[in-house]
Design a binder for this molecule. Sequence first.
Ligand code: IYR
Length: 226
Amino acid sequence: MSEAHYPLNDFVEYPESEMLQRAEDNYQQVKRRHSIRKFSNKAVPQEIIEKCILAAGTAPNGANHQPWHFVAIQDPKVKSQIREQAEELERAFYAGRAGEEWLEALKPLGTNAEKPYLEHAPWLIAVFSKKRTDNHVTGGEQKSNYYVHESVGIATGFLIQALHHAGLGTLTHTPKPMSFLSKVCGRENDNDRPYMLIIAGYPATDATIPEHALEKKPLSEICTIL
Ligand code: IYR
């Protein structure tokens, strides 16, 4: 037997012209989001980060099992552990593990193994995916999760969008392997898997973006109408 269904009473319908304006406004807003690699150490209230994580938690996902967990880190000791271990992995990456083609692709970004922003930024948010449920959704009983990667990817997108919308700069970071994050975040178990690290805070006054960051593909290249 299926559960009770409720009428969809919070959907808001706009006149077409207003919809077009809203779509345009949103495009102008999201197009100002750029990954930044220089963060100010100016504090950001925890409440803002929590609200953005709540927004991430509304993402569409498999069977509403919500297969994610977010660890929001502000503790300087934890941040410096993350920086230390991430830099060790990045040194190996830039020293050759990446391979020539990948390093060539990264040249326009001007990145290297130094990751001071992992300590400077007020917040690091480690996103974990969960293979099985272990939360209130199924009354504590462990059940399989579905479309985990897709679900957590969408939630992470929502999180980045929420942080940007709130007025914060962001950067995605995926050190490989990411297993050290499980340990640092106290989530070493066979259910949680580190998915991505999101750095959030105010951009430093001398933050820059590479020239090519503004070169987005035109609609004709990314869209086909049938
Ligand atoms: N993780 C490395 C390298 C890196 C890889 C890609 I693909 C990027 O878009 C950016 C960086 C680093 O953080 O330097």
